[in-house]
Design a binder for this molecule. Structure first.
Ligand SMILES: [Zn+2]
Length: 448
């Protein structure tokens, strides 16, 4: 009897659920109307006259090039004259480039390397406050010339990065195009703040704690349901140096990693792996993740696997230099080149030689957002890239890493009008990328 009653009951519940959804959807007249800080792009064509141009494809600068922009996209790039009376933006003394792509950011961190900074953000600031700070960091990213970022976890702020991304897309606030990861995953006991405080004091943890193959699959499903673009995992922690190798402690087992990758790829999303040393990188690469973050040490065999599987490498050398600088400043000494940094440089040079795909990402947020992430381009050139290679890592490289190469990464017809400009020639002096004079995103001028 109960069984027969339950069918109409279920039907009633399902139908009333639909009715509620319809009510919410159809009530557009009374829908909330937030203030949007970002206008739609002007419909008419706009012509940008560039003194010089790096299009992201060639190794040279072209001089006196005009970019025609219509709506949010580029219509034409070439040596032609804008029609009489057209709207023209004149940049005769500037070099135009594609908007840059930062592949490893943290808009929810405002500097976390110095003692106490990370804990203070998680313990003393609400997620609401941190989200407001994240919007100012997103604003700063655009100001530094990064029109696209991949933000690699909120560090205790849940899925608030999904909200920041959506608010940018809805034109509520200025910010770059964003791909986000939400909470990231690590195993029990491996991630702050938990191991740092008394066992009987409950503290927040910067990631979602995930254990076991079934737990891993469930966590991926749950995280993806909240609208993230990537799954991020921590493959290792700690580390000691011996024989010029950074030897770290793996976190997840290979079976757990394989389950995460399998589940994520089945849902057509991808996995970013924080992996700093020998076994962390090895396990992540074996499991088939899509990007290796940091990769301070990568064994030659694992580099071969990365090339074979097309796994991206996102080295973050600037943070190590930053650490050396503030430590020296505090001690009143000169910064010393640490053995760790030497290993990073050697890994970078070997990866370049081996043909590993290298993206540009700095971990900004670990250092403060009032410093341009472009300073890392200088390090990458110092470590063997040509300026054009470094610029490509930070433009079309990042676009490919994020599978957005049809929309961004080069200046050519059909792509989004994500255009920046600097004074000087970045192919002669890459440090000029730290002084951005002009930023346009999707046909909208943000900075001039
Ligand atoms: Zn990071």
């Amino acid at each position: 009897m109960l069984k027969w009653l339950s069918i109409p009951l279920c039907l009633f519940l399902v139908l009333s659920g639909f009715a509620l959804a319809q009510n919410i959807a159809e009530d557009t007249d009374n829908a909330p109307r937030p203030v949007k800080l970002v206008p739609p792009p002007p419909p008419g064509p706009v012509y940008i006259r560039c003194g010089a141009l790096f299009d992201g494809k060639s190794n040279q600068l072209e001089t006196n090039v005009v970019i025609a922009v219509e709506g949010e996209r580029i219509k034409q790039v070439g040596k032609f004259s804008p029609p009489a009376g057209a709207q023209v933006i004149d940049l005769p003394n500037l070099t135009c480039l594609p908007g840059m792509v930062e592949s490893h950011t943290h808009v929810f961190l405002q500097g976390d390397r110095k003692p106490g900074q990370y804990d203070a953000q998680l313990l003393k600031q609400s997620v609401a406050y941190r989200t407001i700070e994240a919007t100012t960091a997103a604003h700063a990213a655009l100001d530094w010339g990064f029109t696209t970022i991949r933000d690699l976890e909120t560090e205790g702020a849940g899925y608030a990065d999904v909200d920041v991304r959506n608010a940018v897309n809805a034109r509520l606030i200025w910010g770059p195009r964003m791909q986000v990861v939400g909470r990231a995953m690590d195993v029990t006991g491996a991630y702050p703040l938990q191991p740092a405080y008394a066992w009987d004091v409950p503290v927040p943890i910067g990631v979602e704690t995930v254990d076991g193959v079934e737990g891993a699959r469930k966590a991926v499903r749950e995280q993806l349901s909240h609208g993230i673009d990537w799954v991020k995992i921590y493959a290792d922690r700690g580390g000691r140096i011996h024989d010029n190798i950074l030897d770290t402690i793996p976190t997840f087992t290979l079976d757990e990693l394989r389950a995460i990758v399998d589940e994520t790829h089945r849902e057509r999303r991808r996995v970013a792996a924080h992996a700093t040393g020998l076994l962390g990188v090895h396990n992540a690469v074996e499991a088939g993740v899509d990007t290796i973050e940091h990769g301070n040490y990568i064994a030659p065999e694992d580099m071969k696997t990365m090339v074979a599987k097309g796994i991206w490498f996102v080295p973050t050398p600037y943070v190590a230099e930053y650490d050396a600088q503030w430590r020296a400043q505090r001690a009143g000494t000169q910064p010393r080149e640490s053995p760790g940094l030497k290993i990073q440089e050697d890994t970078f040079r070997r990866a370049l030689q081996a043909g590993v795909k290298i993206g540009f990402g700095t971990d900004v947020g670990a250092f403060e957002w009032d410093m341009s992430p472009s300073r890392q381009l200088v390090t990458m050139v110092k470590w063997g890239m040509t300026p054009a290679q470094a610029l490509r890592a930070a433009t079309i490289g990042g676009a490919e890493l994020m599978q957005m190469q049809n929309d961004i990464g080069t200046l050519e017809a059909g792509k989004y009008a994500d255009i920046i400009a600097v004074q000087g020639n970045p192919l002669n002096d890459i440090s000029v990328m730290q002084k951005i004079a002009f930023v346009m995103k999707g046909g909208l001028m943000f900075k001039k």
